[in-house]
Design a protein around this ligand. Structure first.
Ligand code: BG6
Length: 511
């Protein structure tokens, strides 16, 4: 976390009464406040069209803190101090009057604080509001200080490559690229940031981090819940847009990128874009053979009845929207030539877990007979992004005893055992970065477009018949069988974090 503190900040949340503000943004600002990271002079405005009393807004936000905060119920004193600077701002996102009043209010704060405060405009809104908000902010010169004024845009960032390009054009018509912070909250996760440290603060991994030593890479982001009340949104999105285009491809970038020249935002982001650019474009044949989609049916999840996706609220009973994707891709560059990357994500799976698995090659020649070493699985480095937050290296060792017996063992690094410090939520880290004006953890326009370039041919192919045979997996399973078959030719299965004993995986002997 940063030590330098800002002088002052005006923060405007469009969608100040929405779900994101309630569950994530206000709790994150509250934690930054109690951690002493917010400037002494700050104001947060929650913009929403309904009439609402200030007191009721505060109570609503407090409920959110009490329910979702990582530190439990709000501390009464701290909360009372914090809300002195949080205000309800009634206003229609599309009406001129909203921005006229906002302009007066922000200018009055600057005057009272005797400083031109940093301004953050957070778009926590449906995509249709992005254009009018941007237009009005520009008309009233509300974000005209390009060094100090910032726009934060939530996903979905476009719907495919053409719409993402349009959106980038729209935003860059009104703001400079350096003012635009496109959020992918996975980049704010502690363990994802640690991957950078892991790769670039240690010498031991670099020499083996390539196609000479790595056989394949797996990235899993599995969720043990259904789409719940988000049917409306999810119907238009599906797992490919909702998770692969952003979160999983960003995890892939951090895993596969070259070392940046410096940690400056442009240097880091350019290396990530290089990874996306090098992803081999999917042909129609690749899509049919290397991309698996699934949709959950009815069943049981965690001992309770789970509706099928098609029975969820606001979902078409004949919906072909995918709730699961598994895919195999290649990165055509020197480091990764011919190393398959397997990505999978889905709802209603057996477990909530996000993992990056590096599977190394077999030793070139085994000295040990199958009697001595019955389990010949190759070395694996497994990083759990969540919930466990740990990194495990799986390797072989001799069992103690007079006879020679070799079996796999693990070496673990866990956050729980190594640190007492609480782990901040991704949004805390990201919001502080916005306030500080550091865009390293945010997506640049070309990053978003390149990620859409990767997935758009798949979206196009899936629009065409034949319709998928959905539902094709049970809640509580690991998705359709075809996803297991995808990885089988490598002689492997999808790997999970070892629970008791070595990793639950198997592999054929190397040919
Ligand atoms: C969001 C997706 O971006 O990420 C959700 O829209 C998904 O569908 C969520 O559940 C997962 O985030 P996390 O931080 O809970 O892994």
């Amino acid at each position: 976390m940063k030590e330098k503190k800002l002088a002052a900040a005006n923060i405007v949340i469009f969608g100040g009464k929405g779900d994101l503000a309630w569950r994530k943004l206000i709790p994150a600002f509250y934690h930054l406040f109690i951690g002493g990271f917010l400037p002494d002079k700050f104001a947060i405005y929650g913009v929403h069209y309904e009439k609402m009393k200030e007191k009721d807004y505060e109570l609503h936000l407090l409920e959110g803190i009490n329910e979702f905060s990582r530190t439990g119920k709000a501390d009464k004193k701290q909360w009372a101090k914090f809300v002195e600077s949080v205000f309800y701002f009634e206003g229609d996102f599309t009406a001129e009057d909203t921005y006229r009043r906002m302009s007066d209010r922000l200018a009055a704060n600057d005057k009272a604080w005797r400083v031109r405060a940093v301004r953050v405009f957070y778009y926590s809104v449906a995509p249709r509001f992005i254009e009018p908000i941007s237009l009005w902010l520009a008309t009233f010169h509300l974000a005209s200080d390009t060094n100090n004024d910032r726009i934060v845009v939530e996903k979905p960032f476009g719907n495919d490559l053409p719409t993402a390009r349009e959106l980038n054009k729209l935003l860059t018509n009104h703001f400079k690229e350096k003012q635009i912070y496109r959020i992918d909250h996975y980049l704010g996760k502690e363990t994802v940031q640690n991957l950078m440290a892991f790769r670039f603060a240690n010498i031991v991994y670099e020499s083996i981090w390539n196609n000479n030593f790595i056989e394949h890479v797996q990235i899993t982001v599995a969720e043990n819940i259904g789409v719940g009340s988000r049917g409306n949104y999810y119907e238009q999105a599906g797992a490919l847009r909702d998770m692969i285009q952003n979160h999983l491809l960003q995890l892939l970038c951090v895993t596969a990128m070259e070392p940046p020249v410096t940690l400056e935002a442009e240097d880091v982001r350019s290396k990530k874009v290089d990874v996306l650019k090098a992803i081999r474009p999917f042909t129609k044949k690749d899509i049919s053979q290397q991309v698996i989609r699934g949709q959950y049916g009815e069943g049981k999840l965690n001992g309770k009845k789970q509706r099928g996706y098609r029975q969820e609220k606001n979902v078409n009973p004949k919906s072909n929207t995918e709730t699961f994707v598994a895919m195999k891709l290649f990165i055509d560059n020197w480091r990764w030539k011919n190393v398959p990357f397997y990505l999978r994500t889905g709802k209603c799976l057996a477990k909530t877990t996000s993992l990056i698995v590096i599977q190394f090659k077999q030793v070139p020649h085994s000295l040990f007979s199958s009697k001595v070493m019955s389990d010949t699985r190759p070395n694996q480095l497994i990083t759990s992004i969540q919930p466990e937050m740990e990194t495990t290296l799986l390797f072989h060792a001799k069992e103690p005893g007079v006879q020679l017996r070799i079996r796999p063992v693990e070496m673990d690094f866990t956050y729980k055992e190594n640190y007492d410090t609480p782990v901040p939520e991704a949004y805390e880290t990201l919001l502080l970065e916005v306030l500080e004006g550091d865009a390293t953890l945010f997506m640049r326009a070309d990053q978003v477009e390149e990620a859409w370039r990767v997935v758009t041919p798949i979206l196009e192919a899936w629009k065409k018949p034949p319709a998928p045979r959905f539902p094709n997996y049970e809640p509580g399973s690991w998705g359709p069988k075809a996803a297991d078959d995808l990885i089988k030719p490598e002689g492997c299965t999808w790997t999970l974090l070892p629970e008791n004993g070595p990793a639950k995986t198997s592999t054929k002997k190397a040919k």
